[in-house]
Design a protein around this ligand. Sequence first.
Ligand code: ZN
Length: 254
Amino acid sequence: MAFDPELIAALHPRVVGAAELERPEPAHAAFQAATIDALLHGRYQGDLDIATLLRHGDLGLGTVDHLDGELIVVDGEAWSARVDGSLRPVPDDEHTPFAVVTPFSADVEVAVQEPLEHDALLALIDRHARDAAHAVRVDGILDVHARSVPRQDPPYRPLVEVVQEQHVFDLRGVEGTLVGFRFPTVAEGVEVPGYHLHAIAADRSSGGHVLGCRLWRGTVRIGAVTDLHLELPPGVELPTGRASGDLDAVEHRG
Ligand code: ZN
């Protein structure tokens, strides 16, 4: 099992061993638990605890054990958005079946004074980003069309089925933060290709997976991701094929 050569060129992916789980990531590296393919196929049982995840980064996203909400990592804190969009802090000993974090440091900072719709915001980030993969943090006044998913019990169904039961809700004019990543298409199967963003209110009252947004005004920060370090749980392998159909159904990206 090996990485796609194109993916190696874009992102220097590497599977890490147990010893490295204790070490923090260098700047511009992202650390990931499992693969998006494993999650798409219904592997919702987490194996990596949140305390270990937070050792590898202070900004990121994912989900938690039993797909019990959308995980948001911001300022080194882990929050989970319940199905109604309300938040709970995720305890250190809870586990994640899929998460990506990075020790965020911005290479680029852009002040936004005029309202930007979702697509225009992503286009602005694309224009200022210098690398194929990057981490993003947007702070400001936001409208967010968000979703979360209900907790699952075994036997787990594929994500594409669970997402049929997603709950959507809107945050309007809230002071908040978007966190997430853009990964290149060659990362598909390992990562969500394109943009994947989660939102969190500044007062930590609400959040979720971003389906659409408007930034009224705020600050966009972009940090390159040049290395991807993967923790692969037992039974999770690197994807051998592309699962674009599943991903299109799940991510509503673009
Ligand atoms: Zn998400």
